[in-house]
Design a protein around this ligand. Structure first.
Ligand code: AMP
Length: 215
């Protein structure tokens, strides 16, 4: 099994696919966004500093993020992992390659391709549950059966503070700007796979499995 780095615009389905890989193959899902939100919820000094940055849709600085990812990879020792939300800049990509290569850890970069309009609809309609399930009020296949309530565990659904139009525009623009050099970098390393995400969740999952398990 290969370790996975997901690169994708906001709401391309990284979280959903990561959950499925976790359930079926025991991958550890490392989401830098989730780690930062946990720090905010637990009210640490670090959390207070990053809250304003995240709410505005900007990126947390590279040095902080590289330290965070080093600690996280150290913790999962031996288990297959998925990086979701890292790297977001070329500096992060290079630091990560050095870290993984030095520790003889294999990886494949999977780019989930999604256009602007679809990304926007997914973000503005997205609701999530603390149990990991995701919903979308603008997609009839993903609307929760009972308003604002998780179909699986019955908990109240959450709308992320940064899932608003202003923040989406900044995040999407930042993704496009930062993405180009990262993709070029991984192409040169011959370690980049494109996956089309304009199809159903199970087909996307099968395409990913083909790359990371069967390949
Ligand atoms: P996400 O949940 O991946 O959409 O991340 C939410 C927010 O956390 C982003 O909009 C950034 O503000 C911050 N963030 C997450 N990962 C990174 C990263 N690798 N580099 C910089 N900022 C990050």
């Amino acid at each position: 099994m290969k370790n996975i780095i997901f690169i994708a615009p906001p709401a391309a389905g990284k979280g959903t696919q990561s959950e499925m890989l976790k359930e079926k193959y025991g991958y550890v899902h490392i989401s830098t966004g989730d780690l930062l939100r946990e720090a905010i919820t637990s009210g640490t000094e670090f959390g207070l500093v990053v809250k304003n940055i995240i709410d505005s849709g900007n990126l947390v600085d590279d040095c902080t993020m590289i330290n965070l990812i080093e600690e996280s990879i150290e913790k999962v020792k031996g288990k297959p992992f998925i990086l979701d939300g890292f790297p977001r800049t070329l500096t992060q990509a290079k630091a990560l390659d050095t870290l993984l290569t030095d520790n003889a850890i294999n990886y494949v970069v999977i780019y989930l391709n999604l256009n602007y309009q679809t990304a926007k609809e997914r973000i503005l309609g997205r609701l999530t549950c603390i149990c990991g399930k995701s919903y979308n009020i603008y997609d009839e296949k993903l609307i929760p059966k009972k308003e604002n309530t998780c179909d699986y565990c019955g908990k109240k659904l959450i709308k992320r503070d940064d899932d608003n139009e202003a923040s989406f525009e900044i995040r999407y623009k930042s993704f496009i700007e930062n993405n180009e050099p990262i993709l070029k970098y991984y192409k040169e390393l011959n370690n980049l796979i494109y996956i089309d995400v304009n199809k159903n969740i199970k087909d996307i999952f099968n395409d990913i499995i083909e790359v990371v398990i069967n390949d």
